[in-house]
Design a protein around this ligand. Structure first.
Ligand code: EPU
Length: 417
């Protein structure tokens, strides 16, 4: 087990370079199976979720090499066999193997995926996509056996714009016969990244990034290269760090458009921000104004940033209201912030954050990835020392968080306990 210790109150100044996006990379890696050749993916983040996917690829018999940020995957040697539950439950993205294997081999056996425990997270929309293309799904407890004599393009209307169901439907449709129309699709930039990768392999996907995606099936997909887009949630997390403790903190290798919903909120609060072509510079704001926020699918305010932002809301002068519309259990960071001195009330899907309060160091627990990020941010500004337990959650999604924050002046270390 690992814990993070942070001595609060140190100014952050200098540069932080953003890594490749977790939620893109975790789909690009399984998507590579659809190719009949060798694929190369650059800007792969060094996070434990990628290690877990690597393990699945190697378990299936793929040849994988990883050098620095570059991953090469040759899946010509794959044997399509059941993926054991103990591997699939390590992360949510394991279910991208469900669609990639089904799309390529017309048969897959695997278990319900894992992921942060932030809500029920059913996979009914993904299964609806599979069925619409002609697959039959047998469910026995947690196990899914999915077969299709033939996959034939179909019409899929998602009940909600689910990121996972959008990607899974694309992955299963690219090698189906005929055309699939996917409506009410999610519009996240990660989906565009995956569609571009598949199109480089020879797929015919149009409309990714809009709510209607059209996929014309092809027989084969060839060698391909792609680069993972910068992680907009990591970017946002360090922007919030800058708003809390920064002095001209420059965040580089970013796509500013992807974090616009956060940038606008930070400006509304009164944080000094300068937007460059591929960088954002931010300093600590004084007399921050409270704001109201509602999480939504892209381009709305991302649910993945609401927990990190809550730390900043405790410094605003007045009451901020934050509503979480995507997940039913994503306020597990709140009791810990209150333990550190915040004044936050939870009322169903909303929190009321009364500020300003002064945070002090405590021993707290990262219950999930973004709750952990929230507590790291709190530790940076709290008086005294904050100890965060269960930080394995944080390492799933933030590459070298200790090194990146230390380089800009934070007093932060990780210990094995
Ligand atoms: N939903 C259903 N049925 C489905 C699919 C989704 O009811 O079949 C519901 C979910 O329960 C949730 C909502 O729809 O309430 C949205 O879920 P979505 O499918 O969009 O989320 P996801 O694909 O499981 C990805 C990210 C999450 C991020 C969400 C929303 C990955 C691996 N995960 O999850 O990232 O919060 O999209 O943007 O891409 C994180 O990085 O911390 C994280 C949780």
């Amino acid at each position: 087990m690992k814990q993070i210790k942070i001595e609060g109150g140190h100014e952050l100044t200098g540069e932080i370079k953003i890594s490749g996006a977790k939620n893109s990379a975790v789909a690009l890696v399984p998507a590579s199976l659809l190719s009949d050749g060798v694929v190369t993916i650059d800007n792969i983040p060094n996070i434990s979720d990628i290690d877990a996917l690597n393990e699945i690829l190697e378990y299936l018999g793929a040849m994988v090499s990883r050098e620095g940020e570059t991953m090469k995957i040759d899946s010509s040697t794959i044997v399509n066999k059941e993926i054991p539950e103990k591997i699939s439950k390590r992360l949510r993205a394991s279910y991208y193997f469900m669609s990639a294997l089904l799309g390529k081999y017309r048969h897959v056996e695997m278990y319900f995926p894992g992921g942060c425990s932030i809500g029920a997270r059913p996979i009914d929309q993904t299964l609806k996509g599979f069925r619409a293309l002609g697959a039959t799904v047998k469910e026995e407890g947690n196990k899914f056996t999915i077969d299709a004599d033939e996959l034939i393009g179909g019409h899929v209307y998602l009940d909600m714009p689910s990121v996972g169901a959008t990607i899974n439907t694309i992955l299963v449709a690219v090698r189906a016969k005929g055309t699939t129309i996917l409506e009410n699709a999610a519009k996240e930039p990660e989906i565009v990244n995956i569609a571009t990768f598949l199109n480089n392999m020879g797929a015919k996907i149009r409309g990714a990034g809009t709510s209607t995606i059209r996929i014309i099936g092809v027989d084969h997909l060839k060698d391909s290269f792609t680069e993972v887009i910068p992680d907009r949630i990591e970017t946002g997390t360090y922007m919030i760090a800058g708003a809390l403790a920064g002095n001209q903190l420059k965040i580089t290798n970013v796509i500013p458009d992807h974090v616009e919903s956060l940038t606008l909120k930070l400006k509304e609060m009164g944080c000094p921000i300068t937007i460059g072509e591929d960088s954002i510079t931010i300093s600590r704001g004084k007399h921050l104004k409270p704001v109201n926020i509602k999480t939504l699918g892209y381009p709305g305010f991302p649910t993945d940033l609401q927990q990190p932002l809550t730390t900043l809301l405790t410094y605003c002068e007045g009451t901020s209201i934050l509503e979480e519309t995507i997940y039913e259990n994503r306020f597990q960071n709140v009791p810990y912030l209150n333990q550190m001195g915040a004044d936050i009330i939870i009322d169903k899907r909303k929190i009321f954050v009364k500020g300003p309060t002064t945070l002090h160091g405590e021993k707290v627990t990262a219950t999930d990835l973004r709750a952990g990020a929230c507590l790291v941010l709190a530790g940076l500004v709290a008086e005294g020392t904050t100890t965060i337990m269960d930080v394995e959650h944080v390492l799933r999604g933030y590459e070298n968080i200790i090194g990146k924050l230390s380089n800009v002046g934070a007093k932060i270390k990780m210990e094995e306990i």
